[in-house]
Design a protein around this ligand. Structure first.
Ligand code: SF4
Length: 303
């Protein structure tokens, strides 16, 4: 069972036996992605879970991703392989913080990045993903927006939607925040022919150098479709590995040393195997929180 391939085979056997759907985020280890039915961004995982006929869903990702899947599939069993795989950025904002910001800025609508807890979504007006944030901010029928929790994505949106006033919560993703402008400039000097694709969770001084600023899925699509043969990647390290495997004809470089989300790496093959075997850890949410959070997600989808 300790053998890597044997573990993968056991996971696939249990998956078939239990008619489970395994969905993996792009940042979990590649060997976990390899046994998944689909690999996608966090909200796409929740949407795929909702559309699937399976009653047992395994979300290979961090806690808020499991919560989003449960919000859209309240009658299904949603499992997370690692109980302590959380998202430090999501944990930086609480519902009380949001309510305090609402009191300070009573005319503002609350826009909340999907990388947040169900409890925070429940006290927000609308959610957004990194790819829909700009569109939703522009369309929101409000002149002032409180954006939580990511200050970098919030700044990027604020800069591109100058007609509205933004109040930004100071949260950030510790993984993307580590990428510095000096890293980008050094990588550009080392690979002058390369185009640069960067995630908006990085700081403004990094994002401004991007030929593409986009979500993980958009970065992957850009790398696949660009005519450039050298691509610099400004996001989590697993994407660099995935693209090197997928596009051997192109040169894929990470910026600086590899930037790793330690929480995503807690979703190991062993954890996934035990999750399926024991049907743990079930995501449960209070009914009122689930319904209120669903309103914010529905608002995003319908915007
Ligand atoms: S990469 Fe950043 S935002 Fe994504 S789960 Fe890790 S800490 Fe959270």
């Amino acid at each position: 069972m300790e053998n890597f391939n044997e573990l993968q085979r056991e996971i696939l056997r249990l998956k078939g036996e239990k008619n489970a759907l395994i969905l993996a985020h792009y940042y979990v280890p590649l060997e976990v992605q390899d046994v998944a039915d689909a690999v996608c961004d966090s909200f796409a995982m929740a949407q795929k879970a909702a559309k699937a006929e399976n009653d047992l869903i395994v979300i290979c990702g961090v806690r808020f991703m499991g919560e989003s899947a449960k919000i859209l599939s309240p009658d299904k069993t949603v499992l997370l392989p690692s109980l302590d795989a959380g998202c430090p950025m999501a944990d930086m904002v609480t519902p009380e913080d949001v309510l305090a910001l609402r009191r300070e800025h009573p005319k503002a609508a609350v826009m909340c990045y999907v990388n947040s807890s169900a409890a925070v979504k429940a006290v927000s007006d609308v959610c957004c993903t990194s790819s829909s944030a700009l569109r939703i901010a522009k369309k929101l029928d409000c002149d002032e927006i409180i954006f939580v929790p990511d200050v970098h994505l919030g700044s990027f949106v604020a800069k591109n939607v100058p007609e509205k006033k933004f109040w930004l919560h100071p949260g950030f993703c510790p993984t993307h925040h580590k990428i510095t402008e000096a890293d980008v400039l050094a990588a550009k000097r080392a690979h002058p022919e390369a185009v640069f694709a960067v995630h908006p969770e990085c700081g403004e001084d990094v994002v401004k150098h991007g030929d593409l600023v986009g979500s993980t899925a958009e970065i992957l699509d850009f790398a696949r479709s660009t005519e450039a043969h050298e691509i610099l990647i400004g996001t989590e390290g697993e994407i660099v590995e995935r693209l090197r495997r997928e596009l051997p004809e192109k040169k894929i470089y990470g910026v600086g040393s590899s930037f790793v989300c330690p929480n995503m790496k807690k979703v190991t093959l062993r954890a996934l195997y035990e999750c399926l075997r024991d049907e743990k850890y079930k995501v449960e949410l209070p009914d009122n929180e689930l319904k209120a959070a669903k309103k914010s997600l529905d608002q995003m989808v319908n915007s």
